[in-house]
Design a protein around this ligand. Structure first.
Ligand SMILES: [Zn+2]
Length: 72
């Protein structure tokens, strides 16, 4: 899943994003990477609800594209 988000990352975001893209993390096992991603998503949920809202606003649009008859 790819998300392009437009928001102001705080210091904690920057730290976690740096950790997620660090060589150690790239070579870590899948579970460690999943844990780190989950941690970052949790942080976004609790500290940057504008990001969560942006993602939620995007979802109905995708659903509409997939189900053309649904909203008629
Ligand atoms: Zn943050």
């Amino acid at each position: 899943m790819k998300l392009y988000l437009d928001f102001q990352p705080c210091q904690e975001c920057n730290t976690m994003m740096a950790e997620l893209s660090s060589p150690e993390m790239l070579f870590a096992d899948a579970k460690t990477r999943a844990d780190e991603s989950a941690k970052f998503l949790r942080h976004l949920t609790y500290n940057h609800d504008e990001v969560v809202k942006a993602v939620m606003n995007d979802l109905p649009k995708q659903k509409r594209d997939q189900e053309p008859g649904f909203y008629k």
